[in-house]
Design a protein around this ligand. Structure first.
Ligand code: PLP
Length: 385
């Protein structure tokens, strides 16, 4: 059967490759996927089951159930003070992944350029490529805490640039954008009439008491931003596949046309579960954040005991990028040898772009005992080199 050039161009990520390889080992410590081990809270599960029992099992509007759009607009207004019209400015999606896909599909013409700080989340580049755009990768450095500087951003803009994608807190680096960088970036976006695709999926996972800085905190940025988020990480609902985006009506009103041809709508029981997630009272997101912060502290302390490895403490997310340059191994070789000899699965940095060669990504989505055991094995591996 014929395969499109587009399908041939796309490569599976090493994240999935290592995850799949890990499955063939017993007693493996798997640090690959960003899937929290916490359960979806019971009240949310029950709301999903209730929706099914009550027959909410049909299609919804392409934009999503209006009640959910209202609840999300309310949550954004409470957090940022910015009002979105639930009828025209909110789109419900199949995870944040589909929110990104619909946004890019609605924005990019062949040859349009999208600036992506590198290391990057693999799917950004793949989606831009898939849709015929050009991903312009701009290296961000460990010395700058993996944050895109306004100068580097400005230098990457051409007359073909349409957007920049910023993810804060960041997968895979754990970086969190502060006020100064974002002020510079938002000024450049406005001056050049670009769009910022603002992925805040890990917003609930911020450590050391830090306050979140949103792109919406800067003047007029609602007009230049598509804000993307989901229930996946905040409510531990990855498998429910429920995401959303908010943006100006003139853009977002076009998304249902695209959604009609992609998924029709997000799963309707999941949409009702999401209404409960936002409306109900429960401290689970904070408890999960505290749990991940403890795990992060354990992981970082243990890694720092290993000669030849170094790591910056991530300010958010549940990922740490560990610098392996002193071992002399490339990231892929490091990951395969580590898995084979010690049964520990990590993601080779190279999958997140050339700027991430010399690093491995560790997702600390398991209990501390397992983290300690995994790092003990990494230490044995590094000492054996
Ligand atoms: N954005 C980033 C940076 C991610 O890491 C992920 C998932 O890992 C997503 C978006 C998509 O999340 P979901 O589709 O589960 O909402």
């Amino acid at each position: 059967m014929k395969l499109s050039k587009r399908a041939n161009r796309i490569e599976p990520s090493l994240t999935r490759k290592l995850y799949d390889m890990a499955k063939s080992y017993d007693d493996v410590v798997d640090f690959t996927l960003g899937d929290p081990d916490y359960e979806t809270p019971d009240r949310i599960k029950e709301a999903g089951c209730r929706a099914i029992r009550e027959g909410r099992t049909k299609y919804s509007e392409n934009a999503g159930v209006l009640e959910l759009r209202k609840v999300i607009a309310g949550a954004i207004a409470e957090e940022t003070g910015i009002q979105y019209d639930p009828a025209k400015e909110i789109q419900i999606t199949v995870g944040a992944m589909e929110a990104l896909f619909l946004t890019l599909a609605c924005m990019i013409d062949p040859g349009d350029e999208v600036i992506i700080p590198s290391p990057y989340w693999v799917n950004y580049k793949h989606m831009v490529d898939f849709l015929g755009g050009k991903a312009v990768l701009v290296d961000v450095l460990e010395e700058n805490d993996f944050v895109l500087t306004p100068e580097d951003f400005r230098n990457a803009i051409t007359d073909k640039t349409v957007a920049v994608i910023i993810n804060s807190p960041n997968n895979p680096t754990g970086a969190v954008y502060g006020r100064e960088a974002l002020e510079g970036i938002s000024d450049i976006v406005k001056k050049n009439n670009l769009t910022i695709i603002w992925d805040e999926c890990y917003k609930s996972l911020l450590y050391d008491g830090a306050q979140y800085v949103s792109i919406l905190d800067f003047p007029d940025m609602k007009d230049y931003s598509i804000v993307i988020n989901s229930c996946s990480k905040k409510f531990s609902m990855t498998g429910w596949r429920l995401g959303y985006l908010a943006g100006p009506a003139a853009f977002v009103e076009n998304l249902p046309k695209i959604q009609e041809n992609v998924a029709a709508c997000a799963g309707v029981p999941s949409q009702y579960a999401a209404i409960e997630a936002f409306k109900g009272e429960d401290d689970t997101p904070n408890l999960m954040r505290d749990g991940f912060e403890k795990r992060r502290n354990t992981l970082i302390a243990e890694i720092r005991k290993i000669d030849k490895l170094s790591v910056k403490s991530p300010k958010g997310t549940f990922y740490a990028l560990v610098n392996i340059k002193e071992t002399g191994l490339k990231s892929e070789e490091f990951a395969y040898k580590l898995l084979e000899s010690q049964k520990v699965a990590v993601v080779p940095g190279i999958t997140y772009g050339d700027a991430c060669e010399g690093y491995i990504r560790i997702a600390f989505t398991m209990n501390e005992e397992k983290i300690i055991e995994g790092v003990r094995r990494i230490r044995q591996f590094v000492e054996s080199l």
